[in-house]
Design a protein around this ligand. Structure first.
Ligand code: 13P
Ligand code: SF4
Length: 326
């Protein structure tokens, strides 16, 4: 019988070498300036893109930045629903996404026509939508939340309304535990975060018994139960910064390791292993590359376009979220 040993764990530290930018990166920086473009980048993007971004952060931080920017062009390095959110908040601006196919399995798990039908059959429900959903789903929702403010948002929903939480059942389940509020959960999930298993994390803990485990709420419950902290990607940075430990086990997408080692160069981060791999990439986040980003700045495309009517309807629940999460 063939037995396969689990892959060795990957530990990330900031290298002491100064980072020299490539010609492509220099050209991206030059074009941003020339075109009055701002580059907003999610924590899961490849290292080389994070290095040339004007802002790197989580979904909430990115939505706030998009709402405030004076730039004429927003180049969004993240996935489609994030760039759509930026467009909804800035209808008169050009919003570019280096690869329009950069989608999200969670967003795909809640098609707008299915949600519309469910709402029709259950008209009294109050719909809280995790930002990882399409503009059409946002337009059918009462309020949006991100992993960074979900507890705060759910706590503000009128107490007499029953909540339907879409599309992530794992985040929804975690929020129920944090708020004590019962909710109906849409059966969606992130294909990448559900790959962490109780067994893979227990194995990792044997090797690093003193390292706190930090997990994204999109992980399944048996994994979240092993975590010392469950939080958004942005909160991971502040948690690790203020914690006395110098080693952490991080259960989220691998791009986060760059953000963490860049901000906390004196600490080290063990990438949470899945059942079969030493770390966990989101195939959609990794579709954006330096050549695609450069091309997108040069050509002014691919561009996010949405109808005025959809923008109007999707804006309301996003603005409600921004108001409720100050
Ligand atoms: P954050 O808002 O915590 O960065 O999460 C976004 C995401 O897509 C997680 O998979
Ligand atoms: Fe979507 Fe999961 Fe990728 Fe986040 S990590 S963008 S939830 S598929």
């Amino acid at each position: 019988m063939v037995s396969t040993a689990p892959p060795p764990l990957q530990v990330f530290r900031r290298s002491a070498d100064a980072v020299k930018l490539s010609d492509q990166q220099d050209e991206i920086i030059r074009l941003k300036k020339e075109k009055n473009a701002v580059l907003l980048c999610h924590n899961y993007q490849i290292d080389a893109i994070q290095e040339v971004a004007d802002y790197v952060g989580d979904s909430l931080g990115l939505a706030r930045q998009a709402a405030q920017t004076d730039a004429e062009i927003i180049v969004f390095c993240g996935v489609h629903f994030m760039a759509e959110t930026a467009k909804i908040l800035n209808p008169s601006k050009t919003v570019l996404l280096p690869d329009l196919d950069a989608g999200c399995s969670l967003s795909d798990s809640c098609p707008a026509d299915q949600l519309a039908k469910y709402r029709e059959e259950n008209p009294d429900l109050y719909v809280v939508a995790y930002v990882n959903c399409s503009a059409a789903v946002k337009a059918l929702s009462d309020v949006i939340c991100t992993s960074g403010n979900a507890v705060k948002i759910v706590n503000q929903v009128p107490a007499d309304r029953e909540i339907l939480f879409v599309p992530d059942q794992n985040l929804g389940q975690w929020v129920m535990g944090q708020t004590g509020r019962k909710m109906r959960l849409w059966p969606g999930s992130c294909y990448a975060h559900v790959l962490f298993t109780k067994e893979s994390i227990e194995r990792c803990r044997l090797e690093f018994p003193d390292a706190p485990v930090v997990a994204h709420p999109e992980c399944i419950q048996s994994v979240r139960d092993l975590a010392d902290e469950v939080c958004s990607t942005e909160k991971m940075v502040s948690y690790c910064q203020s914690h006395e430990s110098d080693t952490f086990i991080i259960l989220t997408e691998s791009g986060m390791m760059h953000r963490l080692t860049r901000e906390l160069p004196h600490k080290q981060f063990v990438a949470g292993p899945t059942g079969h791999c030493a770390c966990n990439d989101c195939r959609y986040m990794k579709m954006n590359t330096l050549p695609k980003l450069l091309n997108c700045l040069k050509e002014g495309s691919p561009e996010i376009t949405l109808t005025e009517d959809l923008i109007e309807r999707a804006k309301l629940p996003i603005e409600r979220m921004l108001k409720w999460s100050v």
